[in-house]
Design a protein around this ligand. Structure first.
Ligand SMILES: Nc1nc2c(ncn2[C@@H]2O[C@H](COP(=O)(O)OP(=O)(O)OP(=O)(O)O)[C@@H](O)[C@H]2O)c(=O)[nH]1
Ligand SMILES: [Mg+2]
Length: 554
């Protein structure tokens, strides 16, 4: 069996753009990312970048993508030819599936059937050719082409001129199917010539050719094509399968399938699209590059603002630490409450005898004294909270001053202007309250573990202290001393001589850490305004990646 030489498909392919999903997808991805790009910081050049983004988006949405989608739409391959030529059988045999009914009754196919790959659904959506045809989605159709099995043209013309017209208009490629008995018909050649005049590409299938006449018939047909100036038309010869049901052998239709697959090939289709859109696609690159640069400028500006926040907060942090070490938490109500509790019969009065011995006590009396101390703990908690809030507020003021004025990094003034003060104040109050409560709780833990850790001699003394003041009472003394209250400090040293280094140091450090923490939180709150994807370190790489993909494809 002689197989016809593979036809030269260059010309046909050039006129029949097929799908290039990768390029279309790349441009769609690019559009989505440009759409998602924001320039949140008001830095110099941002207005131009925003205008450019809008224009780029319009260009992609209104011009480039529609054109690309149109060019990427699958090529419509119409199988035409006289009734009984075997068009439906051929379609089924190419796809190895019964997508179009074939049969002995003439004519069999009354309504055109179009078959395409399910993934091409979206690309064909709204195509006018779909209106009057039966649609079959089948995965064995190569992506990028749609096979349309038409009724024979005479009957189409008789029954429905509209449908015929639409088929003629839609066809990117006519696969003209004829037989040995019919290829001489005048009508066939008229239709062929008409299709070529309209600029459609044409290929011919000589079907059901008996083995003994194969060579002769093929030669004769090639001669006729040459006579009419159609020597470029690819010709496929399919040997007669004899009386049969169902599909032709895969081998007999393989050359046609190979050729269709080649038509649909993404590389070839891409070259067609590129020829058409090369200018527009090339113009995109510097444009996208400039957008990526503008995004990088935003990222750099954000990191400058972060650095500046760190620099600005050095002084407020030092001031806050100095203030608590200087006794800010001990002033006011705490001092007054202490005086009250240390006077007369108060729990802190005469705890240590002039001899140095600790006042002995019954348990019940210690409990009374411990509860009398509770208001002092509450005063300490409130005072610590107020001091921490004050430190935070000072840090916020420093940030607003430092970032809001002339000489601040680009974008910073607008950023602090958008920083809502009331929200911040409420969050700060809650944060300071928690930090102060944690300070008290930690002190309680420190005291308890110090009591347990003390050696034999100290243990006796500790036990007396606890009997006299309760753990709560001792904790209050330690806290007040750590806050800087002098009389509390003195009492603590006379109660627990070794307290200065370990216990007192730890509780004081807790207060200092809280002050630092409160200042840090102000900076963190401001920096959260910079926590958007567009200002992340790698924000520009998204567009650069799109650019690289586009470069690879064009
Ligand atoms: N002997 C023989 N019969 C074939 C061959 N190819 C198709 N047939 C038969 O020819 C008849 C017509 O085939 P179809 O595929 O329905 O032809 P069609 O071109 O779609 O016809 P319409 O739909 O009427 O335009 C069917 O019975 C097929 O089985 C072949 O190579 N040899
Ligand atoms: Mg048919």
């Amino acid at each position: 069996m002689s197989v016809p030489p593979e036809p030269d498909v260059t010309e046909v392919a050039a006129a029949s753009p097929a799908v290039a999903p990768s390029l279309l997808d790349a441009v769609r991805d690019l559009r989505r990312d440009i759409d998602a790009t924001a320039f949140p910081l008001e830095i110099s050049g941002v207005d131009a970048a925003r205008v450019s983004r809008t224009r780029l988006l319009d260009q992609l949405t209104d011009h480039l993508l529609p054109r690309l989608e149109k060019l990427s739409a699958p090529a419509i391959v119409v199988l035409a030819g006289s009734t009984g030529a075997g068009k439906s059988t051929l379609v089924n045999s190419l796809l190895r599936a019964e997508v179009s009914a074939a049969g002995v009754l003439r004519p069999t196919t009354r309504q055109p059937v179009i078959a395409f790959h399910p993934d091409d659904d979206e690309l064909l959506a709204g195509h006018p050719v779909l209106e009057a045809v039966k649609i079959v989605r089948h995965a064995s159709v190569p992506r990028g082409i749609a096979l349309l099995d038409a009724p024979d043209l005479d009957s189409v013309l008789e029954s429905n001129r509209d449908t015929a017209h639409r088929l003629f208009e839609a066809a990117d490629l006519w696969l003209f199917v004829t037989t040995v008995a019919r290829y001489g018909d005048a009508l066939s050649w008229q239709v062929l010539a008409g299709a070529m005049e309209r600029g459609a590409s044409v290929a011919m299938v000589l079907n059901r050719v008996p083995a003994d006449s194969l060579v002769t018939v093929r030669g004769d047909l090639l001669g006729r094509l040459r006579e009419r100036g159609m020597q470029g038309v690819p010709l496929f010869v399919v040997p007669d399968a004899g009386p049969h049901e169902g599909l032709l052998s895969p081998a007999s239709v393989a050359p046609i399938m190979r050729w269709l697959t080649m038509l649909a090939g993404p590389d070839r289709a891409r070259s067609v699209i590129l020829r058409t859109l090369r200018g527009s696609l090339a113009a995109l690159r510097p444009w996208v590059d400039a957008q990526a640069e503008a995004v990088q400028d935003q990222v750099d500006a954000a990191s400058e603002v972060r650095d500046e926040v760190g620099r600005i907060l050095v002084v407020p942090a030092q001031t806050a630490v100095a203030a608590v070490l200087a006794g800010a938490v001990a002033d006011g109500p705490v001092r007054a409450r202490w005086a009250e509790l240390a006077a007369g019969a108060g729990p802190f009065a005469r705890v240590v005898r002039p001899s140095g011995r600790i006042r002995g006590s019954r348990r019940s009396a210690a409990r009374v004294r411990e509860s009398a101390v509770a208001p002092l703990l509450e005063d300490l908690r409130r005072s610590a909270s107020a001091a921490l809030q004050g430190a935070g507020a000072a840090a916020e003021r420093a940030l607003r001053d430092g970032l809001g004025g002339a000489g601040a990094p680009g974008g910073a003034p607008a950023l602090v202007a958008s920083w809502a003060p009331d929200v911040r104040a409420a969050a700060r109050e809650a944060g300071a309250t928690r930090l102060a409560a944690a300070w008290i709780e930690n002190a309680d833990r420190e005291v308890r573990s110090a009591l347990q850790a003390s050696g034999a001699r100290e243990a006796k003394r500790s036990a007396r202290v606890v009997r006299s003041l309760g753990v709560g009472g001792l904790t209050a003394v330690v806290l007040a001393a750590a806050a800087g209250l002098e009389p509390a400090h003195e009492l603590l040293l006379s109660l627990v001589p070794g307290a200065e280094t370990a216990l007192l140091g730890a509780v004081r450090a807790g207060l200092v850490d809280g002050a630092r923490e409160q200042v840090t939180r102000e900076g963190a709150a401001l920096e959260r305004l910079l926590d958007v994807p567009d200002l992340a370190d790698d924000a520009a790489s998204r567009l650069r990646l799109r650019l690289a993909v586009l470069k690879d494809l064009t």
